[in-house]
Design a protein around this ligand. Structure first.
Ligand code: ATR
Length: 271
């Protein structure tokens, strides 16, 4: 039996056990995947203990992605750039930290939803940890331009400085946004409070694709707003969740699960 788990605080709400158990079932893999709540201040000792007990992998969720980044013995290039780790892998060489959030988003957009990113103009709202985790993989797709905007512009400018070597990234305040965008991605935590980032509707066209990294039974506040402005294609983050899990599963097992039936089941359970 292979042992893996999601660790966080809180962690009871996590869908990762459902997702990874479904992947294992598909592939006939004997996997025990749990959810472990870790009390703040005990992260490193708890992680070391699980790996000593023989765990293969841990998924890391709020609020521990930065602590996992510090703890890892080795980092993947994407995790290094994200400065955050969502997947820990116990290997003979030590604990390797990965970040699959960005490839999860990009895989969901380009493979599952057939949204082209190459050569496109992309707007990203927010400049927190969630956004930092996805900018590298978005730039790997070689958009024409990637603009980061944030309530606190300074944080968008800091991200621009970090990612500028990897592609055409710019920072702008919400008031200074000009032109329209092919893809608009909401990476703020505003949707959690049912709030809207204060973004001008002029960035949208009817054929703009919006993507909210959050998801829920109903349209997020951001996607509902985009629809009210005439946008026809609004996507939520459920596909990103399942796709980042699939990438982590592949790191641990070398196997490629089919995200599609798991997506369908989760979507049905939301409503
Ligand atoms: P996360 O890990 O989810 O990225 P975070 O690092 O705290 O969390 O970042 C939250 C992001 O959501 C930030 O970009 C934040 O904007 P500020 O940097 O200006 O704080 C953004 N955010 C949160 N609530 C918001 C709101 N009501 N309107 C606009 N932006 C909001």
């Amino acid at each position: 039996t292979m042992h893996c788990a999601v660790i966080g605080y809180p962690v009871a709400h996590s869908k990762s056990p459902r997702i990874h158990s479904a992947f294992a079932l598909q592939l006939g893999l004997d996997l025990a995947y749990g959810a472990i709540e870790i009390t703040p201040g005990t992260f490193a000792e708890q992680v070391q203990k699980r790996f000593q007990e023989g765990y293969t992998g841990l998924n890391v969720t709020v609020p521990y992605k930065e602590e996992a980044y510090v703890l890892a013995d080795e980092l993947s290039p994407r995790a290094r750039l994200a400065a955050a780790v969502n997947t820990l892998h116990h290997t003979p060489d030590g604990i390797v930290g990965h970040n699959t959030d960005g490839i999860g988003l990009v895989h969901d957009l380009t493979e599952r939803q057939s949204v082209e990113l190459h050569g496109k103009r992309i707007l990203v709202l927010g400049a927190g940890g969630a956004v930092r985790g996805v900018l590298g993989p978005l730039l790997e797709k070689q958009p024409r331009e990637l603009v980061v905007t944030n309530r606190t512009v300074l944080k968008a400018e800091q991200l621009r400085d970090i990612f500028a070597p990897f592609g055409p990234i710019h920072a702008a305040s919400m008031d200074d946004l000009s032109g329209t965008f092919d893809v608009v991605i909401n990476g703020t935590s505003a949707s959690l409070q049912g709030a809207l980032p204060n973004m001008p509707a002029t960035v949208l066209r009817p054929d703009t694709v919006t993507y909210d990294m959050m998801y829920g039974a109903n349209d997020t506040a951001f996607n509902a707003w985009a629809q009210s402005q005439g946008v026809t294609r609004t996507l939520d983050g459920l596909g990103m969740l399942v796709s980042q899990a699939a990438a982590a599963f592949t790191i641990w097992t070398g196997l490629t699960p089919d995200a599609e039936p798991v997506m369908t089941a989760l979507r049905r359970e939301l409503t």
